[in-house]
Design a protein around this ligand. Structure first.
Ligand code: MLT
Length: 428
C-alpha cells in the first residue's frame, strides 16, 4: 500500500505520495507541490532534500554504513581493486574475468594524450594549483573529441568517453604535478598497473631509475577505492546538474573537479596537513590547539574532524586509519607532523568534548596523513581525491542521463526590492 503525506496550508489540505527506497528511506514526492498549493520548499544546502533516486551508493550516516551497488566498502577495500570498483560503480555489477580484462585493456590503451595537450600545460605558470590545471585539461578533451558535444551519442560512444576519462586522468594529474615542479612530463608505462603507472608518471625523473614501491601502490589503490563515490555530495551533485543541461561528460567532470577543489569539500585533506604544519611551526603543542578548538572565542577549528553526514564515524576513516598505520610502519616514516596528527587523533577519540560533538577523525584527516607518507605533495591531495572520485562522478552522470532526468533548475524565495521606477542619474 503506497503511503502519503498531508500538508495543511491556509485552511487547505494537500496530500503527496511518499516513496520508499530499497533501504527503507522515505521521501515526500513534491513534484506537484507548487502546481497544487503555490508553495515551494526552502532547504539551503539541500540537507533535507533528495535531488534524485539513485541505485549507485547507499550510505547511512547514523550507522556508519557505506556500500557501492550493495557491496560493503570494507569488503571492496580489502578484496577488490580500484579498476574493478570503477567498473562496478559505472556498470552496476562486478565484472567477470573477461569483462575486467577487456575494461583494463581498453583503459591501458587510452592512457596516452594528444601532444597538443602539452601546449595547454605549458601555458600554466609553475605556481598554478594542480586542480585548476586538471579541470582545464579534462575540459580540453571536448576540443580533442568534439563528438562528445553531441547529446545524442550512442552507448558505445559514451563508453569510449568513459574509458578515455579513466585512462587519461592519471596522466593529466601527474602532468599537473610535473608542471608545478618544472620537471619534464613522463609518458604512461602501459606495462604497469593503474596506480603504479600513476606513481611512475608522478615521481620518475629522466636522470634516475624509478621503481614503484608495491606497498605505496597498494595503499594508493585502497585510497582510491574509498573515495570512489559518496552519493549526492557537492561535487557529484555538480556533475549531475551540469550534465542535466546535456553538457558533455568532459565538461560535467571538469565542473565536478572544480566543486571538489573547495576547502569545505575535497580541499579538506589539504587543509588538514596545512593545519598540522601550522601547529608544528608554532612549537608542535597539540594540546594548545585542542584547547583552542574548545574555546568558543577562538576562531581556530580542527580540520579533518567530524562529517556533515556521518553522525558517529566515517567507515572510510576506520579503513584508512589502519592503512595509514600499516604504511607508516612499513615505510618507516618518522615525521613530526604525523606525530602531532596522532596526538590530535587520540584526543578526538578519547576527549569527551570531541566525543559529545562527534568530532572524530574523518576520511580527510587520515587521507592527508597517508598521502604525505606516500610522498604526495600537499597541493596534490585534492587531485588524488578527484582521481578516486572520478568513477563515481561518471556513474552518477551516466545514471542521470539514462534515467532521462530533466534539467536541474531549483526555485527560490525572492527577498529583494519590490517593483519600483527607474531613477535618472541626476536625481539619485
Ligand atoms: C565525500 O566523500 O564526498 C565527502 O565525504 C563529502 C560528502 O559526502 O558530503
Amino acid at each position: 500500500m503506497s503511503e502519503s503525506a498531508k500538508l495543511s496550508f491556509k485552511g487547505q489540505d494537500y496530500e503527496f505520495p511518499v516513496i520508499t527506497g530499497t533501504e527503507n528511506e522515505s521521501a515526500i514526492d513534491i513534484a506537484k507541490l507548487r502546481a497544487s498549493s503555490g508553495l515551494i520548499t526552502l532547504d539551503p544546502g539541500y540537507k533535507n532534500t533528495g535531488a534524485t533516486k539513485s541505485a549507485i551508493t547507499f550510505l547511512d550516516g547514523e550507522e556508519g554504513i557505506l556500500r557501492y551497488r550493495g557491496y560493503r566498502i570494507e569488503d571492496l577495500a580489502e578484496k577488490s581493486t580500484f579498476l574493478e570498483v570503477s567498473y562496478l560503480l559505472i556498470y552496476g555489477e562486478l565484472p567477470t574475468q573477461a569483462q575486467y580484462e577487456d575494461f583494463s585493456k581498453e583503459i591501458t590503451h587510452h592512457t596516452l594524450v594528444h601532444e597538443d595537450i602539452k601546449k595547454i600545460l605549458e601555458g600554466f605558470p609553475s605556481n598554478a594549483h594542480p586542480m585548476g590545471v586538471l579541470s582545464s585539461m579534462i575540459c580540453a578533451l571536448t576540443a580533442f573529441y568534439p563528438d562528445s558535444l553531441n547529446p545524442n551519442r550512442t552507448e558505445e560512444e559514451i563508453n569510449l568517453s568513459i574509458v578515455r576519462l579513466i585512462a587519461k586522468m592519471p596522466t593529466f594529474a601527474a602532468w599537473a604535478y610535473k608542471n608545478e615542479m618544472g620537471h619534464p612530463v613522463n609518458y604512461p608505462d602501459n606495462s604497469l598497473d593503474y596506480c603504479s603507472n600513476f606513481l611512475k608518471m608522478m615521481f620518475a625523473l629522466p636522470a634516475e631509475k624509478y621503481d614503484v614501491d608495491p606497498v605505496v601502490s597498494a595503499a594508493l589503490d585502497k585510497l582510491l577505492i574509498l573515495h570512489a563515490d559518496h552519493e549526492q555530495n557537492c561535487s557529484t551533485s555538480t556533475v549531475r546538474i551540469v550534465g542535466s543541461s546535456q553538457a558533455s561528460i568532459y565538461a560535467s567532470i571538469s565542473a565536478g573537479i572544480n566543486a571538489l577543489w573547495g576547502p569545505l569539500h575535497g580541499g579538506a585533506n589539504q587543509s588538514v596537513i596545512e593545519m598540522l604544519e601550522a601547529i608544528k611551526a608554532d612549537g608542535g603543542d597539540a594540546k594548545k590547539y585542542l584547547d583552542k578548538a574548545k574555546d568558543k572565542n577562538d576562531p581556530f577549528r580542527l580540520m579533518g574532524f567530524g562529517h556533515r553526514v556521518y553522525k558517529n564515524f566515517d567507515p572510510r576513516a576506520k579503513i584508512i586509519k589502519k592503512a595509514a598505520d600499516d604504511v607508516l610502519e612499513k615505510l618507516g616514516v618518522n615525521d613530526p607532523v604525523l606525530e602531532i596528527a596522532k596526538e590530535l587523533e587520540h584526543a578526538a577519540l578519547n576527549d569527551q568534548y570531541f566525543i559529545d560533538r562527534q568530532l572524530y577523525p574523518n576520511v580527510d584527516f587520515y587521507s592527508g596523513i597517508i598521502y604525505r607518507a606516500l610522498g604526495i605533495p600537499t597541493d596534490m591531495f585534492t587531485v588524488m581525491f578527484a582521481l578516486g572520485r572520478l568513477p563515481g562522478w561518471i556513474a552518477q552522470w551516466k545514471e542521470m542521463r539514462e534515467n532521462g532526468e530533466p534539467i536541474g533548475r531549483p526555485r527560490q524565495v525572492y527577498t529583494g526590492a519590490n517593483e519600483r521606477d527607474y531613477v535618472s542619474m541626476n536625481k539619485r
